[in-house]
Design a protein around this ligand. Structure first.
Ligand code: F0G
Length: 472
């Protein structure tokens, strides 16, 4: 009798796997240093994963920012850099890619996302203005504050509940926006700061219905909407998967439709766009473009390179096109979910549903005996490093910083430790190692007591703060 094909066997057992739409052409060796060395490295870094040397890290899940693997096409693009100070041909490729995939009219390149945040904040915010947004992001809010604005969170309440299974936890609560308009007046609203997906909420998406309704509301008051498009491609994947009417639409079409409801976007190209450095601002209004293009020469570089080399812009133009391919986005998000599924099965508390770029461990439930001012999420990040050389990032009270008025800690509802998955970098075996380490740290949770802060800088303290272990 003929043997069944492996494919048929797969069907027989009801199991069909997905796999990455690429194969590996070049590798970078990594190694786990000894437990003694890890203890020393953690103490020397003040238990802050931002202060560690990457050579001391085994699996680096600090961020998905600038850590993607570029494709062979992108590396080929690097060799095609036109390093002219003005009018590099790579700029025009980049401009064309953004116009055709995101649909905006005018483009200003920047060295990375916060460069673009700076330009848009300075261009649109006057002192005293309010900027409503679907949850803060650290650098975004700081630039809004430095321009004299006040950020107000208008995300739906479910976003602050780690166990809420709402499919679009990134949605804006239109009632909150309406109340704010009634309170401060539409002319005092700088713009709506809309992010897709929402990083600090756990990589949670915004629905198309929500942005459509938001547009309607804003049109009634003449308020503009600007999009943080950093992980918008992943947002589009969730729309395709969860929102009625989008299952058969390609990611590229969903992206274009979503952006059409907004007046412009800023971008950290180091995420979705698959490059190691780069960013851009794109707007539809000529007056905003004029201001931003003028300011970019002061802070970043000429308006046809904005802090990037020609070769960076070429790799970015190619990355934009690769980023919207359906098979790429699916495998990227599915890898994140693979890790999430293991942790859920093993009873580890995480933010649900699993978002686009990371697993967010719920440190409040993980270490329910450690009070928030002993930094449970920072503690968890330190413990994961000590256990298996895994680097993660605190997204809780340390990231939230201090209230500029009172100087007190801001106590965010979410106290999370982020395991961020770089794009096209690690394999499923790495995800298994990570899951097993998280489980080991969870099983030993009772022995952990927390940290105390011994140094903190004025701005974005999470990057440089130092800690000591309590009881030592
Ligand atoms: N907006 C979002 C949603 C981000 O996640 C980031 C960066 C930025 C803007 C700023 O962009 O780093 O290129 O200047 N997020 C990184 C992270 C740092 O790890 O989440 P940038």
């Amino acid at each position: 009798m003929k043997q069944p094909l492996p494919q048929t066997m797969g069907q027989q057992f009801g199991r069909r796997s997905w796999a990455e739409p690429w194969k590996i052409k070049m590798v970078e060796p990594i190694r786990m240093i000894s437990q003694e060395e890890r203890k020393r490295a953690a103490a020397e870094a003040g238990y802050n994963t931002f202060l560690m040397r990457s050579e001391d890290v085994y699996i680096d899940l600090l961020t998905d920012s600038g850590t993607s693997a570029m494709s062979d096409r992108q590396w080929a693009g690097i060799m095609m850099g036109d390093e002219a100070y003005a009018g590099s041909r790579n700029f025009y490729h980049l401009e064309e890619a953004i116009q055709s995939f995101y649909g905006y009219r005018y483009i200003v390149p920047t060295h990375q996302g916060r460069g673009a945040e700076h330009l848009i904040s300075q261009a649109l915010i006057k002192p005293g203005m309010t900027i409503p947004g679907n949850m803060y992001f650290t650098t975004t809010r700081l630039h809004q504050e430095l321009a004299g604005g006040t950020f107000v969170d208008v995300i739906i309440d479910e976003a602050h509940e780690p166990s809420s299974e709402h499919p679009f936890k990134g949605n804006v609560d239109l009632d909150k926006v309406q109340s704010l308009i009634n309170e401060v007046g539409a002319e005092q609203i700088g713009y709506i700061s809309l992010a897709g997906t929402v990083n600090m909420a756990g990589g949670q998406p915004v629905s198309m219905a929500n942005v459509r309704a938001l547009r309607q509301l804003c049109d009634a008051y003449g308020i503009r909407i600007y999009l943080d498009a950093t992980r918008m491609v992943e947002n589009c994947f969730f729309i395709q998967e969860r929102e009625p009417g989008y299952a058969d639409k390609p990611i590229a079409a969903i992206l274009k439709e979503f952006c059409d409801y907004t007046d412009g976007a800023w971008m950290s190209a180091k995420k979705d766009n698959l490059v190691n450095i780069g960013g851009w601002l794109a707007v539809n209004h000529e007056d905003v473009f004029d201001l931003a293009r003028n300011m970019v020469v002061v802070y970043e570089g000429l308006h046809t390179y904005g802090g990037m080399a020609g070769r960076d812009m070429e790799a970015l133009a190619i990355g934009i096109e690769e980023a919207v391919q359906d098979d790429h986005v699916r495998s990227r998000v599915d890898q994140v979910r693979y890790l999430g599924q293991l942790l859920i099965e093993w009873g580890v508390p995480i933010v649900c549903p699993v978002g686009g770029h990371a697993i967010f461990l719920d440190a409040k439930r993980f270490y329910s005996h450690i009070p928030q001012d002993r930094f449970p999420a920072q503690t968890l990040a330190a413990e994961l490093y000590l256990d298996a050389g895994i680097r993660s990032m605190e997204r809780g009270i340390v990231s939230a910083g201090r209230d500029p008025e009172t100087g007190e800690h801001r106590y965010p509802a979410l106290e999370l430790t982020r395991l961020t998955i770089p794009r096209r970098v690690y394999t499923q075996a790495h995800m298994d190692v990570v899951a097993e380490s998280v489980k080991a740290v969870y099983d030993a949770r009772e022995e952990t007591r927390g940290l105390k802060i011994v140094y903190e800088p004025k701005y974005l303290r999470f990057f440089q703060a130092r800690f000591e272990v309590i009881g030592q």
